[in-house]
Design a protein around this ligand. Structure first.
Ligand SMILES: N[C@@H](CCC(=O)N[C@@H](CS)C(=O)NCC(=O)O)C(=O)O
Length: 343
């Protein structure tokens, strides 16, 4: 491949693909969006989308998955219009909120899509067409059944079940209320310019607010501001960010503290209990979220996410760590980076 367009493979129905598409458009990275698997491109180590194909030292393309590290690599390879806040303490908050978007909001996304009949009907009917819209109706009917059954059987992966459904749905509404309050004062989570956390939440919200009927109805009825925010986030290639556009430590918005409290109420207990279950080899994660029971099968990838959050924290110098501690204090998120037994 000799053109200089960055190959990016994915699907419109994939929230992480939408995260990457919004990001490359905002960053003005010339890209080509590939919507089919092709033998001309190398296979990634794990069968996930989005895939970004980077040029290796030998000039051959290398397939990479996992949007969070890909975004950091793009920062190195394409300067300017960064999505990582300049202040390391704010960059840590951005990292944490990006992880929350990717790993917690996606529970709401996957749950709503494959839990209720109306949502299953919509996703099952439309999503298989993304592979090839010219396929016959008969083929699509068969694909609808197979695809829906497979996805419903995987609800357990994100922890969606009859015990957790009400916890997930209440957390979606609280997240929307908190984001809505923040957007009354700031166009982005990270201030006057978007951070990678904005793109992570945006990716999930493309589906939650604009595709899946049950969560989209909530967005339309109660959060039209967020519906509009999502449409605008699709392409901020025309935005001219200023260097000082980030939220600051000194004027840290109360609405972002409220969002960190929401992270502390939901994601933090689950990611900690998950890591504990994996460490101890337990068959089940059991904890409480907001006073209600949470049970799910352990999810090894999210144990890694916790490690990566801790690596980000350890990378900070002492002064920045103290500033992060001050921002997280009382939100519940301090438990992520505290020494065991300290909180
Ligand atoms: N942590 C990954 C998650 C990517 C992911 O979970 N992608 C989903 C689609 S949105 C996927 O490919 N699932 C496998 C499948 O559907 O077969 C990222 O940030 O890119």
């Amino acid at each position: 491949m000799t053109d200089d367009l960055l190959p990016l493979r994915g699907s419109p129905g994939s929230p992480y693909t939408r995260k990457m598409l919004g990001l490359v458009r905002y960053r003005r990275i010339p890209y080509r969006f590939i919507q089919v698997e092709s033998d001309d491109l190398p296979k990634p180590k794990v069968r996930l989308v989005p895939v970004v194909y980077f040029e290796g030292n030998d000039g051959q393309l290398v397939a990479e998955v996992d949007s969070t590290p890909i975004i950091r690599r793009l920062e190195d390879e394409y300067p300017g219009r960064s999505v990582i806040p300049a202040d390391p303490a704010i960059a840590f908050v951005n990292y944490l909120l990006e992880d929350y978007g990717d790993e917690w909001l996606t529970k709401a996304m996957f749950h709503y899509r494959w839990y209720y009949d109306a949502d299953i009907e919509m996703a099952g009917s439309v999503l298989p067409h993304y592979a090839d819209v010219t396929q016959s109706d008969e083929r699509m009917q068969a694909a609808k059944r197979a695809f829906s059954e497979r996805q419903i059987s995987r609800l357990y992966v994100v922890g969606s079940n009859d015990t957790t459904a009400s916890v997930i749905e209440a957390s979606y509404v609280r997240f929307m209320e908190t984001l809505n309050a923040h957007l009354k004062a700031f166009p982005f989570l990270m201030g006057a310019r978007p951070g990678s956390a904005d793109f992570a939440c945006f990716g999930q919200l493309t589906q939650l607010t604009q595709f899946d009927p049950t969560p989209a109805a909530i967005a339309v009825a109660r959060f039209p501001r967020i519906h509009a925010w999502v449409s605008k986030m699709e392409d901020h290639g025309g935005l001219e960010p200023s260097e000082e556009g980030w939220v600051t430590f000194e004027d840290f918005p109360a609405t972002l503290t409220a969002l960190l409290e929401e992270v502390g109420r939901t994601y933090v207990p689950v990611i900690l209990a998950n890591a504990r279950a994996i460490e101890e080899g337990l068959p089940e994660v059991e904890t409480e979220v907001d006073g209600r029971t949470w049970t799910q099968e352990p999810f090894p990838y999210q144990a890694k996410c916790l490690q990566w959050i801790r690596v980000e924290y350890v990378k900070l110098d002492e002064q920045d760590r103290e500033r992060v501690d001050a921002l997280l204090a009382g939100t519940g998120c301090e438990r992520l980076v505290a020494k065991p037994g300290a909180v």
